[in-house]
Design a protein around this ligand. Sequence first.
Ligand code: PGA
Length: 243
Amino acid sequence: MNKKIIIANWKMQKSYLEAIDWCNNYKLEIEKLAQETKKNLILCPSYETLGKIKEIFENSNIYIGAQNCSNFLLGAYTGQVSAQSLKEIGINFCIIGHSEDRKYNCTNDNLIGQKVKMLLKHNITPIICIGESLEEKNENKTQDVIKKQLDTILKEVDSQSYSKLIIAYEPIWAIGTGVTPTGKEIFNAAEFIKNLYDIKIIYGGSVNDQNVIEFKNINNIDGFLLGTSSLDFQVFKKIVLLY
Ligand code: PGA
């Protein structure tokens, strides 16, 4: 995947019907946008909509991703969704380790590592979220935190698979807050990661149609993970066009 990447993480922000409506209403426009800008656009709606949205975008240039998956193959795991099922409905990408999942569902780096392996086994690209808290940033621990997260997550991943991964650097304090690192800080974090692991990096956390004008010049990242700014098609479109 050489083109620039923009991922829409809808979290649990849209209901089933709202998500389906969005896709039906903007299908043609978003396909045209992806084609004309030559960017990889990946929509990540919530689980219950995935099958239907995959149908809407059948034979499309728009990719559909999930927001999580189980670390287990199949079995007695109530409430979980397997990578195999995701693959069977045609899902190509899966966000894992999002800070909201770490916070509310107690996900940890060991589990995330197992999910990476499970996704790779099913040929789904893992989008691995990492990043420091505000407290850690203030204590100048950003690099230590990032390194520890990646070392644990990737400890059992063969380096030959690194080209099949995406790392989303998402400082926790920047998610949904409207506050972001400076372009230089994002560059430095990405550079630090690249020196550790040869993996594609994107940035996420309060990206909007204003700061993307500065952030698009950060030349060691390959795209953005959008939360809030991906919900309204017009804002999303503006960011894709500006990037
Ligand atoms: P945000 O969310 O763009 O609303 O900050 C980003 C994310 O959670 O990935």
